[in-house]
Write a new protein. Structure first.
Length: 320
């Protein structure tokens, strides 16, 4: 006599348990991925990988359940029990439909993500960013040379000149000379130029008789200013020259440096991040395929149960 199929009352709770396990896997992968990406480009350490290892127990549980159901199905097929071929066909149909909906697209997205991540740290990108940095530094050195030449003209002109006269002479050589401010005894003694370039307090004074020194880049009226302090010969005062940099250039140079550093950091992590993404994808797809087979078996049981009962009743009637 044919072995009775699992009653519907037992199939539904088993089915709900399988779905709960898969939901836990999906939520766990999402939480882990968000935490891992928040720390990019650093690869997750041991503490961050531990939840992923513990989460692997859920797919392992699904795999054990699938193995048990597959073994029972194989026994039924060998014994030619009623409904076993239907269970096999429905399970394969579920498996193929889910595989067709997840594996090709997932493979394409994995390749796309790997290409996008590796391209940002490719050798071409790193060399281009390094060349851009070198170009920005060379331009900065040229601007510094302009200020040093302007400071040398002040040193050769001697003392006693007003800030407006100094600015007029320097602007003839470089129209981007924004302001000249003269300091005496720790305070501002004279100023000429755009008012946003005026310093509120005196910077560090250059050594008397020296060539002067560069001051930190500062903002004035929305523009970045390259400043240089130069002593005025024959006087106790010194002048601060302010050269206007092209708009947005300082921010662009800073962004270029940050991009170069990030690209260098990502270079060593491209392969490891690709592996992590593949693991997370496997954690989602493999359980999904197992769930599809288990759902197929459950659905076939629910369809075959009334047919099996009818077949059993028919056999009893035929037997008298």
């Amino acid at each position: 006599m044919a072995r009775p199929l699992a009653p519907r009352g037992r199939v539904l709770p088993d089915l709900a348990s399988v779905l709960v396990v898969y939901v836990l896997i999906a939520v766990g992968c999402a939480v882990f991925a968000e935490a891992a990406l928040a720390g990019a480009p650093d690869f997750p350490g041991l503490y961050e990988r531990l939840p992923l290892a513990l989460m692997a127990l859920l797919p392992a549980a699904l795999l054990v359940l699938f193995a048990l159901k597959a073994r029972a199905l194989a026994i039924d097929l060998r014994a030619r029990r009623y409904g076993s071929r239907l269970r096999l066909r429905v399970s394969l149909l579920f498996l193929l439909s889910v595989a067709a909906a997840s594996i090709p697209q997932g493979t394409f997205l994995l390749r796309l993500a790997n290409a996008a991540q590796s391209s940002s740290s490719s050798r071409t990108v790193r060399e281009a960013l390094a060349a851009g940095q070198d170009l920005a530094l060379a331009w900065y050195d040229e601007e510094l040379s302009r200020l040093e030449r302007a400071a040398a003209r002040i040193a050769s002109a001697g003392g006693g000149r007003r800030a407006a006269d100094l600015l007029r002479d320097l602007s003839e050589q470089d129209p981007r000379m924004e302001a000249v401010q003269v300091f005496l005894d720790g305070g501002s003694a004279d100023f000429a130029g755009a008012s946003p370039a005026r310093l509120a307090s005196a910077p560090s004074a250059p050594a008397a008789g020296g060539r002067g020194h560069l001051l930190p880049v500062s903002a004035g009226g929305g523009a970045s200013l390259l400043r240089y302090a130069v002593p005025i010969p024959g006087a106790r005062s010194f002048a601060v020259l302010s050269l206007r940099l092209p708009e947005g250039l300082e921010g662009a140079a800073s962004s270029l440096g940050a991009a170069a550093r990030t690209s260098s950091l990502l270079e060593g992590y491209s392969t490891r991040w690709a592996t992590l993404v593949a693991v997370l994808y496997g954690f989602l797809v493999i359980p999904l395929l197992l769930v599809a087979v288990i759902l197929g078996m459950a659905a076939s049981d629910m369809m075959a149960e009334p047919l099996g009962s009818l077949d059993e009743a028919t056999r009893r009637v035929a037997a008298g």
